[in-house]
Design a protein around this ligand. Structure first.
Ligand SMILES: C[S@@+](CC[C@H](N)C(=O)[O-])C[C@H]1O[C@@H](n2cnc3c(N)ncnc32)[C@H](O)[C@@H]1O
Length: 293
C-alpha cells in the first residue's frame, strides 16, 4: 500500500485532467508525431507511479491508433484498480491472448487490450518499486516516459541518479509547486502553508522529499543532462462545484499539519473548519516536457 487511496485518486482525476497544461500537451503530441518511434505503426508509453491509470485516460484519446502502455507502480492494489477502471472506461475489451506471453514473469496484474474511440490500447502492469528499480524500467524500449503527480514525492539524491540514467523524453504533469491561494484569504493561511511544506518534505519512500521544490530541481537536473525542457503551469482552480475535493484536500492538509505537532491543535481545527467552506482555492502545479533532440 502506498498511502494513496483509489478513492482519492478517483476524486482528483477529473480536476487533474482539466488542469493539465493543454499547450504543453500539444507540444508533446507534436514531438511524438515527428520522431521515429520504437515501432512506426504505434506509440509506446511508460507511466511511472501510475496509480489507477489516470494519466493514460487523459493522454490516450490524443495519441495514435495503436498504443502500448506500461503502467508502473509499487502498489499492487492500485494496479488491480487500474485494470478494472480501464476496463470500465473502455468501449470494449479486445481478445488478444498473445500479449500474456510477453514477459509475463514481471507482470503481477494481467495485461489488458482495450478499444477506446477506435484506438487499440494494450496495457501492461508492472509492480516495481522505483526507489531502486528505476533502471530496469528506463532501459526498456519506449517512446516516452511519463508521470502524473509523482515527482514531488522523490528526494533530490534519487532524482539526480534518475536524471543521469534517463535517455528518453520525459513528460511529467501535475507536480505540486507549493503555491496555494484560498478565498477568502485568512491570516493563518501562510503559517499553515509553511508547515504543510515541511510535511511535504518528509520521507515519502525516497528519503526526504523535494515536495514544492521538485519541479525546479527536476528542470535544472534535466538541463544539466542536456535535455531541452519546457515548463508550464497546471494549477487546480477549485470552486463551489469542487466542494468534495476542497473538503478532502482541507482534511488531508489539516491531518498533515497535526502530524507535525508545530501548530496548536485548536488553531489547525479552526483553519480546517473554515477552509471546508472556502469559496475558491488554487493549488499550483507544474508540467514539464524534456527531450534530447
Ligand atoms: C499521487 S499518486 C499519483 C497516481 C497517478 N499518477 C495519478 O495521477 O492519479 C502517486 C503514485 O506514485 C506511486 N508511488 C509512490 N512511490 C512509489 C515507488 N517507490 N515506486 C513505484 N510507485 C510509487 C503511488 O503508489 C501512487 O500511485
Amino acid at each position: 500500500m502506498s498511502g494513496f487511496s483509489a478513492e482519492w485518486l478517483s476524486l482528483r482525476e477529473p480536476i487533474d485532467h482539466r488542469s493539465r497544461n493543454q499547450a504543453l500537451q500539444t507540444k508533446v503530441l507534436h514531438y511524438l508525431a515527428q520522431v521515429n518511434t520504437v515501432d512506426p505503426r504505434s506509440v509506446h508509453i511508460t507511466d511511472l507511479g501510475s496509480g489507477t491509470g489516470s494519466n493514460l485516460r487523459a493522454l490516450a484519446p490524443h495519441l495514435s491508433s495503436l498504443q502500448y502502455w506500461t503502467l508502473v507502480d509499487y502498489d499492487q492494489t492500485l494496479l488491480h484498480v487500474a485494470r478494472s477502471t480501464l476496463l470500465a472506461w473502455a468501449d470494449s475489451e479486445i481478445d488478444m491472448p498473445a500479449i500474456e506471453s510477453l514477459d509475463a514473469h514481471s507482470m503481477s496484474v494481467k495485461p489488458l487490450s482495450i478499444l477506446k474511440q477506435n484506438k487499440t490500447i494494450i496495457v501492461k502492469f508492472k509492480r516495481i518499486d522505483l526507489l531502486n528499480d528505476y533502471p530496469t524500467i528506463l532501459n526498456e524500449p519506449t517512446d516516452l516516459i511519463t508521470a502524473a503527480a509523482f515527482f514531488d514525492l522523490v528526494a533530490e539524491p534519487w532524482l539526480i541518479k534518475f536524471c543521469a540514467f534517463l535517455t528518453k523524453p520525459l513528460y511529467t504533469v501535475l507536480t505540486y509547486d507549493g503555491i496555494e491561494k484560498w478565498s477568502p484569504p485568512e491570516i493563518i493561511d501562510a503559517e499553515i502553508l509553511k508547515e504543510f511544506h515541511q510535511h511535504q518534505r518528509t520521507d515519502k519512500g525516497f528519503g526526504g522529499a523535494l515536495g514544492p521544490a521538485a519541479a525546479k530541481c527536476l528542470q535544472s537536473l534535466l538541463h544539466d543532462q542536456h535535455f531541452t525542457t519546457i515548463c508550464a503551469p497546471s494549477p487546480w482552480i477549485l470552486d463551489h462545484q469542487d466542494r468534495t475535493l476542497i473538503q478532502q484536500l482541507t482534511m488531508g492538509t489539516a491531518q498533515a499539519i497535526r502530524e507535525m505537532h508545530a501548530i496548536p491543535l485548536a488553531k489547525v481545527n479552526q483553519w480546517e473548519q473554515s477552509r471546508m467552506q472556502a469559496s475558491r482555492c488554487e493549488i499550483g502545479h507544474i508540467d514539464i516536457f524534456a527531450h534530447n533532440i
